[in-house]
Design a protein around this ligand. Sequence first.
Ligand code: KIV
Length: 265
Amino acid sequence: MPDVTLTTLQGLKQSGEKIAMLTSYDATFAHTASLAGAEMLLIGDSLGMVLQGHDSTLPVTVEDMAYHTAAVKRGNKGALIVTDLPFESGTSLDQLLRDSVKVMQAGAHMVKLEGGAWLAEPIIRLAQMGIPVCAHLGLTPQAVNLFGGFKVQGRQENQARQLRADAIALEQAGAAVLLLECVPSALAKEITEAVKIPVIGIGAGAGTDGQVLVMHDMLGLSLSGRSPKFVKNFLEGQPDIQSAFAAYVKAVKDGTFPGPEHGFA
Ligand code: KIV
């Protein structure tokens, strides 16, 4: 059991204290980020891009996810560990359930699934098995080929309506946490207020219950040399990585990150 539990996250939402989450892929960074006060560590399938150098998250395997989850677990000091189910887990419900078991056995406390209302059945089955789910809506990187690139989602009214309906359906199915990626700030705030579960945003403005960033992005590291609009380099002006993580946690908590310039209209 981690020090931070689902009950902690629900309490933070109710009290209005923002939740700080960072991606993490190995023991040392997990140790540093959790000691800096991040309540949640995400073993994102972004590891396919930032660790493995692929141009999407699609090649990542469940063995990769379990390997990095086990490493993060060894370094973690009390944060709640969330592990992405990779693209290949979506081939069937059985596969998804089996892969969830693998990453939970490796050390995750929650799995993250990308997708909308159609995830209701897996969420119900996972809850029956005692596995909490973080549902990921908006720009879901595993669907990059469907979206025609890494693009903001929910700008058109029909897309926004779909996202609102998906968020409600996922909460009703039993999702424990919702993650919104690259959606207009006003829409993300509206969804956050409409659901009781904690909502974590990335590129979704300041109106969500918490924030997540990919660790490499917020340390100013990039293979392409470009940085997404929603990223801030927290290493700038800091003496070391532990201080950069602490500055990120503080900025999320005091509401100075994200600023309006990091969001989408
Ligand atoms: O894979 C990942 O790191 C993610 C974050 C971008 C939210 O899903």
